[in-house]
Design a protein around this ligand. Structure first.
Ligand code: 5GP
Length: 115
């Protein structure tokens, strides 16, 4: 299978604004931000979508959430941010390489889950 856009970004074959990286994941600015802060936390492992993760990925999935918290602190939005995962085209997933959206800097209504 061809490398995803995100694998190509991780491999520096495509440009991006990298905010954070460690041995398991990278965080970049979304190219089409839906909020003043819109970052993507992407595992280096190319899991297509959340449902494709397995028990082998237990630690990795936890790591991604911890990374989201660390990145939120790094950019100063730790008091108010939202994390979203789109799983499948029907849920709006367009890049089939698992990623967490980290959104902040706008008013989120309590009942509004979209962005
Ligand atoms: P999805 O719709 O799959 O949940 O989210 C994919 C996200 O990746 C979208 O918010 C889209 O704007 C972003 N995106 C797509 N291509 C690129 C790219 O080449 N660079 C960056 N930085 N973001 C991208």
């Amino acid at each position: 299978m061809a490398d995803s856009i995100f694998t190509r970004i991780i491999n520096r074959e495509l440009p991006s604004e990298i905010i954070y990286e460690d041995e398991h994941c990278i965080a970049i600015k979304d190219i089409a931000p839906k909020a003043p802060v819109h970052l993507l936390i992407i595992p280096r492992k190319p899991i297509a979508k959340l449902c494709d993760a397995s028990g082998d990925d237990l630690a990795l999935l936890g790591h991604l959430l911890l990374a989201a918290g660390a990145v939120a602190r790094q950019v100063g939005v730790e008091d108010a941010f939202r994390v979203i995962v789109n799983n499948g085209a029907g849920a709006g997933q367009t890049v089939f390489h698992l990623h967490l959206h980290l959104l902040a800097g706008k008013q989120f209504s309590e009942s509004q889950l979209g962005f």
